[in-house]
Ligand binder design. Sequence first.
Ligand SMILES: NC(=O)c1ccc[n+]([C@@H]2O[C@H](COP(=O)([O-])OP(=O)(O)OC[C@H]3O[C@@H](n4cnc5c(N)ncnc54)[C@H](OP(=O)(O)O)[C@@H]3O)[C@@H](O)[C@H]2O)c1
Length: 295
Amino acid sequence: MSFYRNAVWFVKGLQEYTKSGYEAAAKQFNTGDLDVNLGGRSFVITGANSGIGKATAHEIAKRGGIVHLVCRNKERADEAKEEIVEHSKNQNVHVHIVDMSSARQVWEFAESFSKSNSIHFCVCVYVLVLISLTAHIVMMIITPLLQITVSSGGMLVQKMKVDDLQSEKGTFDGTMAYAQNKRQQVILTERWASQHKEIHFSSMHPGWADTPAVQLSMPDFHAKMKNKLRTEAMGADTVVWLAVSAVASKQPSGLFFQDRMAVPTHLPLASSRSSSADEEKLQAILEQLAHKFKP
Ligand SMILES: NC(=O)c1ccc[n+]([C@@H]2O[C@H](COP(=O)([O-])OP(=O)(O)OC[C@H]3O[C@@H](n4cnc5c(N)ncnc54)[C@H](OP(=O)(O)O)[C@@H]3O)[C@@H](O)[C@H]2O)c1
């Protein structure tokens, strides 16, 4: 089954996830959707000093939003802030240093941020959620108006494995562990949407964009595909659309988007759906784990 899923997914990717896939989809975009003044609205963006996260922060700052860059490296975060302020002429850009792989740091950040900011009017854009656990922690503390999680089309090749959430069984494969987490994020988005009606949730796939992550983590893929990859701005387009456009916020909560359209979360005949009992178990395990890291 995994050979079937991988093959179908790659052919789909060549048609849809590339730069030409974006250009074809963009013919249907309504450019007016992004003509929005974001003055007074706050946006928390993780993974914001590079790639899709930085491109998203740029677009939001250009429209006057209050931008909170959540980054792990102070130097790179400050550089990104300077660049965004210079290009957008928006001084309302703030840096928060958090290692998103540390559940404890994520707790501490979410708690202190929620005390000092009006979180109920803010938008959380999780460009980078390293493990589903950290998304769950932030979700429990910060209850924004909108929550967008950047997942990946790569999740289509995975069925959620609730009995092996730490990828301990069999031979470890980093790419598949990544895709497994991205699958979990899509499932969690659907479940949160059905449980928290006051928040509008979406997950999305940015397509294949030429970013440092792709260059460094997938050098062979990057070398073969570099002329076909999207720009960072193209990868960020649907993130920005979900975060700012009125049309996007009228879509049902909990959907998975690609190029401003809700798209299926399973490949045809891929047997990748999990049972609702397994999805419930995933949430229960994350909740238990999250409490272990509570400061
Ligand atoms: N590019 C694609 O084709 C593609 C496709 C599908 C999905 N995605 C998703 O898009 C998102 C953004 O990726 P990208 O391609 O834009 O990559 P990128 O340019 O490498 O950006 C990744 C960002 O995540 C930050 N980061 C990494 N580990 C972190 C940690 N432990 N704590 C806090 N921040 C951390 C990095 O900060 P540092 O500078 O500190 O490393 C960087 O700002 C990811 O969720 C990725 O899975 C990308």
